[in-house]
Structures are given as C-alpha cells and as structure tokens.
Design a protein around this ligand. Structure first.
Ligand SMILES: [Zn+2]
Length: 224
C-alpha cells in the first residue's frame, strides 16, 4: 500500500511517518530527504533541483514525480508489490494524477491511502514557537516537550540556543496559511476518491502512532 501522509508544520508528521513506515515494513520516502540526496550526489538532475531550491522555489512536477517513483520501485523491487509512506508527495493534484498514471503503467499491486494528521492551530503555534536549536552542535530542544536543563543553553555542548527564523511566532502563522492553501486541493482530491482518513494528531506520540496504524488497518484500499 502507498500511504501519503499529510500534516501541517509541527504536526509531528516526520516522526510519525518514520515510525508508521517501520511498523508496516515499508520505506519512508520524504521529499526533503530525496531532494537533499539528489543535490548531494551532484548528478545532472541534482544540479537542476539545486537551482530551484536555491531560488526558494518548489521543484517542478516533471522533476519530482520520477524521483519518487524511482525511489518507490528501488525500495520494493523484490516484493512484487509496491509500498511506502510518502511525506511531501503528492503535493499537488497534478502530482497525484501523475502518480496514478505511473502506477497503472507498472505491473504491481498498489493500493493508495491518504492520511491527514489533524492538530488544532493553537497547538501547532505553541509547538513550533517552542523549538530551539543549539548554535554549536545543532541539538534541538522544545520548551514544552524537551526543555534544556539550563534555559537558553545546550545540554550537550554548553553553547547558546537560538530559534530558526521559521519558528518565530510571526512567521509561523504565515507558514500555516501557506500549508493550508497548498494542501487543500490534494485533500479534496483524495476525499473525493474516498481514500482519505483523518487521524487526531493532538495526542501523546504513542496514541497518534496507534491512531495511524488503526486507520491503515481499517482502510478499504482503493486500487488504481
Ligand atoms: Zn550544542
């Protein structure tokens, strides 16, 4: 089964996606990781991707779609079935349609399920604005869930903690708006198809994990 996991910044999507993938025994494929890997290997495609990222633009559909497909196929070649937890893809309905087309061209079984981690906006804002990073070793902290022993100082190396520009309160609201607007069409797309499930993300990590697994188990897979 191919699971597309969606969730706002601060929803815990990355952590949950990794753990869901390992529980199901399928690969976790995140667009950020794939893009970083491509940029690091200095391939022609990597250079092309770099030129978009460096300009602060999204990588175009025609470049990102084949990368996900390749990653899906490469990590499932032995199984005869295809599966994975996708994070950050499909990001648009065009990408969702391209994924459909590509899957129907492959002679493998590939049911699709879309999961959305629901977390109220005030909780997201509190989570995101509580993030602090060490300026020395990059260790991360959260004033609510994982505070440093001494305020503003790294437990590991003793240097000062700082906030990413992204995690400052004034930019968070903006990030959440952008997320909601850009995800809406994809959510509508999978809802119309009957393959979208909502999972409560405003619970302790283990409960959320259980909720995601239950949603997968209960899902009536839609084959394409
Ligand atoms: Zn440190």
């Amino acid at each position: 089964m191919i699971i597309t996991l969606m969730g706002a910044p601060g929803s815990g999507k990355g952590t949950q996606g990794r753990s869901l993938a390992s529980s199901l025994g399928v690969p976790y494929l995140a667009s950020g990781d794939l893009i970083r890997r491509a940029m690091a290997d200095r391939s022609r495609w990597g250079e092309q991707v770099r030129s978009f990222i460096e300009r602060g633009l999204y990588v175009p559909d025609e470049d990102i779609v084949p990368v996900f497909l390749q990653a899906l196929i490469a990590s499932n070649h032995h199984a005869g079935r295809i599966g994975g937890v996708l994070d950050g893809f499909p990001r648009t309905t065009e990408q969702a349609l391209a994924l459909d087309r590509a899957l129907s061209e492959l002679s493998v079984s590939a049911e699709q399920l879309a999961l959305v981690l629901d977390v109220p906006e005030d909780v997201l804002i509190a989570r995101l604005s509580g993030r602090w990073l060490c300026s020395g070793c990059n260790a991360s902290y959260n004033v609510q869930s994982h505070p440093p022993i001494m305020g503003g100082v790294c437990d590991v190396c003793g240097r000062a903690l700082m906030q990413r520009v992204d995690d400052r309160r004034d930019t968070i609201q903006e990030r959440l708006l952008v997320y909601a607007a850009s995800t809406r069409p994809v959510i509508d797309f999978y809802t119309a198809r009957g393959s979208l499930r909502h999972v409560n993300g405003d619970e302790p990590e283990l409960k959320v994990r259980e909720g995601l697994l239950n949603a997968v188990r209960r899902a009536v897979p839609v084959s394409r």
